[in-house]
Design a protein around this ligand. Sequence first.
Ligand SMILES: *Cc1c(COP(=O)(O)O)cnc(C)c1O
Length: 380
Amino acid sequence: MSDPLYSGPEPTKLTIHQTDSPKDLLPPDQLKFGRSFTDHILCATWDANKGWSAPSIEPYKALSLDPAAAVFHYAFCCFEGMKAYKDSKGNMRLFRPEKNIRRLNTSAVRIALPAFDEDKVLKLLAEFTKTESRWIPEGRGFALYLRPTMIGTEPDLSVSRPQSALLYIIGSPVGNYFGSSGMKAISLEACSSPVRAWPGGVGDKKVGGNYAPTIVAQESAGTRGFQQVLWLLGDPQVPEQQYMTEVGTMNLFVAWINPETQTKELVTAPLDGTILPGITRDSILDLAQERLVPQGWHVAERRVYMTELKKASQEGRLLEVFGAGTALIVNPIRSISWNGEVIDCGLKEGQEVGEITITMKTWIEDIQYGEVEHSWSVVI
Ligand SMILES: *Cc1c(COP(=O)(O)O)cnc(C)c1O
């Protein structure tokens, strides 16, 4: 971007102030997602007159913000979720990081926060990761979760473009979500009201305002014994019109035998504006094209209606259903409660994960941990 207001933050101006009281690392088996943080924070501020400030890496700290700051009132907030990995040789790696940084820029611009130079923020992200190197736990399933975030900081209660903003990056070491017990298939409750996203909305952006409104529905499904909500769109009064979008904060994949072609097909919802364009989703689609299509599979981005899913299950054509996202890579799904019945998603009794689901996880992890060299995994 040539506009000097949006041409930073400048990595050549980065200052690093190392903490003089480094924290103790938690034992890897005690890591809980998003609960403990590293020693430092990377910050860069933006001002409508001066553009991006020189970035800094400083000891981790609380932020000091005016109570009238735009973020607190009108949800001027967007973020990313990505991971840094340590490979068996001790190298630090990021997985398709340019995609996260691009998505952050897209989210920011959608909610009137400033754009930034993606190559520069990518360099800063790498610098931050290197600074926090000792916080990247070793071993498959372990990683340093990185949370680049941007907020509007201007104290101004008028509903307007914030004239100041803060971009920051924090890191949280994460362990193996499923622990030593291996993967666990989850059961879903399909939900047609409330909806997570809607045509013309911001469901395709990682903006903070998308998440708080999902918690009550999530909790309510939890009281009935379901681990996640399957977000539907389509008239809540008309079951035949309801189609699947995402599961919790994951994209959704269905592996089935297509009734028309009678071939195996891996399907996910198209990026129609209501779907978060997941990097895991994109990676699965690419790998499926490359490695499953030669084995006779078809890959499709299209709507799947609940009636189609139910019919496939009844006819024994539903092979596997899984969620996909950075946190778990894949999350196998056992059943979906919808419209007063339970749709069986194809796992056998006692089976926690299907073949395609686990294969995708293995393929992606092999790349993330540098077991297989691939352009998606960037050594920093
Ligand atoms: C972050 C997110 C995803 C997954 O995206 P990844 O880039 O694969 O981590 C999917 N759906 C929603 C709603 C999300 O917020």
